[in-house]
Design a protein around this ligand. Structure first.
Ligand code: G3P
Ligand code: MG
Length: 284
């Protein structure tokens, strides 16, 4: 892979590919985006964790996927309408079920919506962090919040020096990535995409914009995948595919040479790849 100075630290820390990137933590097994999910992901051998960043009414970075609280907690309304103190009253394990709603085994266990800083200090320093800035490009107000998240994230990187070495910032919103780039040109950036344009076209615009990683949705990762991985590597970009929960598909993607597999099941995915391909080491 072409030398990309912004990726040097991640390449050095995680030489073996593909990286197992735990999507919202080990979110197939325990409530997503909680400290429990991130700790379990680490125990299961994830190389990096992926998490989603949102902002509270009083300006704290918190880790939650949805703009609204209902799907994953016992709260109501939007994250950005609540203070951190409000959010700390909520049960982040409230709605999680593995049996279609017959039982809710994580209710009342004290799981909370974590702050980003709590995750950074909880997850061991040898684990990478893919922080996805939530910002809906079609919603100006949400986009404005995304910009604030970007600014606060960069400020936090200044306070946690070790974070810089293991952080990959991503988003579906190129504007917030551009803000991060302007404020801190050394941080590696990945653009997440939906399959609305052909893969090679997506990669071309990503290279033109100077991003460091391409995060395509697996559903759109089609017959162009192998060529796109090669082209991305020639241009110095990583290709990290989401969300891959089928071990068979993870093995196919690993064989294509993707750099990261973003999965809800880090252990099952890791074991499948190791069994199929051996404990291979693929270096750029
Ligand atoms: O960052 C990859 C993936 O997390 C993007 O989709 O909706 O799960 O945040 P989403
Ligand atoms: Mg995400």
């Amino acid at each position: 892979m072409l030398k990309n100075p912004r990726l040097r630290s991640l390449h050095a820390r995680f030489p073996k590919r593909p990286w197992i990137i735990a999507h919202r933590g080990a979110s197939g097994l325990v409530p997503e985006n909680t400290l429990t999910a991130f700790v379990l992901a680490v125990e299961q051998g994830a190389d990096l964790i992926e998490l989603d960043l949102r902002i509270t009414r009083d300006g704290h970075l918190v880790v939650l996927h949805d703009a609204a609280l209902e799907r994953t907690t016992n709260g109501r309304g939007f994250v950005h309408d609540h203070t951190l103190a409000d959010l700390h009253q909520l049960d982040a394990g409230y709605t999680f079920t593995l049996d279609g709603g017959a039982t809710f085994p994580f209710r009342r266990l004290g799981l909370r919506i974590p702050t980003f800083e709590e995750v950074v200090t909880t997850v061991p320093q040898h684990i990478g962090i893919n922080a996805e800035i939530k910002s809906a490009p079609w919603d100006p107000a949400d986009r404005q919040r995304g910009q604030v998240i970007a600014e606060k994230l960069v400020a936090l990187v200044q306070r946690h020096l070790n974070l810089r070495e293991r952080l990959l910032v991503s988003s579906f919103d190129a504007a917030v990535l551009d803000t991060v780039r302007r404020l801190d040109p050394e941080l590696p950036l990945g653009l997440c995409t939906l399959p609305i344009a052909p893969l090679p076209e997506q990669l071309r615009s990503m290279v033109e914009c100077g991003y460091d990683a391409f995060h395509p949705m697996d559903i759109g990762f089609d017959e162009h995948g192998a060529a796109v991985v090669n082209a991305a590597h020639l241009a110095g970009l990583l290709v990290n595919v989401w969300t891959v929960d089928s071990p068979e598909r993870a093995i196919e993607l690993a064989a294509l040479g993707v750099d990261g597999i973003i999965t809800d099941y880090p252990e099952a995915t890791r074991l499948a790849i190791e069994r199929a391909l051996g404990a291979f080491v693929q270096r750029p």
